[in-house]
Design a protein around this ligand. Sequence first.
Ligand code: ZN
Length: 492
Amino acid sequence: MNAFCLTAVLILSVISAAGQTSAADLILINANIRTMDKANPKAEAIAVADGRIIAVGTTKTIQAFAGKTTTVIDAQGKLVLPGFNDAHVHFMSIGNLFSSIDLSDAKTEADVISQFEKFARYLPKGRWILGGKLDPSIVIDRSKVDAATPDNPVFVFRGDAKSAFANRAALIAAKIDEKNLSEGILSGESIAAMQRVVPVNHVRDWMAIAATASNYAASFGITSVQDTHSDDMASVYRELNKAGKLKVRIYDCVALSNWARLAAVGSKAASGDAMVRTGCLKGSFDEEEDTSTITTDIAGADKAGLQVLVHAIGPAANSSALAAFENAIKTNGGRDSRFRIEHAHNFKPADLQRFARSSIIASMQPNLFFAEGSGISDDLRKLWDGGAKMAFGSDAAIKDIDPILGIYAAVNAGGKRSLTVDEAVYAYTLGAAYAEFQEKEKGSIEVGKLADLTILSDDIYEIPTEKLRDVKVLKTIASGTVVFEASFAKSK
Ligand SMILES: [Zn+2]
C-alpha cells in the first residue's frame, strides 16, 4: 500500500468513526462482480458485516464502510461471483480420495513429492498419508518429503510389498530412530513397528474425512454442497462446524426409506442452521421397475413436509419419476415441494414440458454427462428455454468437484444450442440454492444474504469458451471469511 492509499484509508476511517456509516468486517473493492441479482446484475464492491452482505455498490461508496478493523480485499479487477453451490455430491467419497495414496504413476522423486504435497494440501493436520505402490527404484531424499508434509505422517509401501517409505513425522510416531534413515526406507521389524502406530480407524475417521472434503471443495470456489449420498452424516458435519473446520455449507440427504421415521419426529425440508441442514430424502428410479412402493413413499414424505430427490437416468426412469411426483402433487394439493430429479439425463422429448409444468427441478451434472467429446446434446438448452428450474452439480467423487469443468461442459455440450456462461453460473449458484430452499439466503450477491463469494483468475464471461477449463479460483470467501486462497495469489 503506498502513502497515498494509506492516507485515503485513514481519512475514510475517520469518516466512519464520525458515524456516517457503520464499519464493515470486510470490504471487497475494485471487482468485476456478476451478482446473479436481476435487478442489479453488475457491481464493483461489497461490504460485509457479521457474515452477511450489508452493501453492494461502487468502490467509492463501499470504501465508506472501512473502519480500523475492516479487512480490505482489492480484487484488482478480477471476476467475483456468488460462491458456487454443488447440488449433487457424495461428500465423504471426496474426502476418501485422500484416505489412500497410489504412487504407481510416479516415475521420479519429483512426481512422488508432488503427490505427497497434493495430499498434504487438503488433509487436516495429523492425518496419516497411507498407501503404496511406490517404485523401489526411485531414490527419495526424505528431507524433501519432510518439508512437503510437515504436519502429516507418511507411511507407504513400495511396489515390492516387502519394504516401505516413511517420513519424519511417522518415524517419530513409531519411535524409530530417524538418524540413519535419510532415504526413509523401512523393512521387517521397523514396518511392524510402524503398523502398530497407524490409526486403526483411519478409513472410518469421519471428522478427518469430512474436513478433507471441506478443504478440497473450498479450493474450487464452492461454499455450499448438497450431499446426495444416502448415509446420515449430519452429526459429523455439525461437530466439524463446532470445531470451526467446516468451510462449506452442507444439506445432508438420507435414503427415502427413512421418511416415516423422520416424519414421526417432525423433521422438515431444509431444517437446521446456515451451515448444516437436513430434511431431504433420496430415492431412485431404474429403467424397469415396479414403482408402486416408491410412489407411495414419495407422496408420504412430501405430505410430511420433507423434500424428495430421486435419481433417474434414461427415458423410462425419468417418465416414472415425473409420474410419481405428479401423483404426489395431485394427492397433497400443490405444496412448495421442490421435487428434484437427480441427473434427469436422457429423458423422452415428449416429457420435456412436464418439468416446468409441475415445477420439478432438473438437478444435472454437465461434466458427468456432457464432458468433452461425449454426449453432445441440447437438453440443457431445451430445459432452460422450456422454463424448467435447473441446478448444477458434479456428482463428485465420480467426477472432479471443480464447478469450472461443469460450466465448461454446459457451455460447450450443445454446440450453438449450449447454455450461456451466465445461465450455467446461475444453475451453479441461485438455481442450486433454490433446489435446497435457500434462494433467500444465498446464491446471489444481494444485501442481507450470506457473504459467500469466489474470485476467479479470469473473466469467464469474456474469454473464449474453450479456454474456460484453465480458469482457477484465487479466493473463496464464506460468511465473509477467506477460507481458501490460491498459493500463487497469496497476499502479503
Ligand atoms: Zn450421485
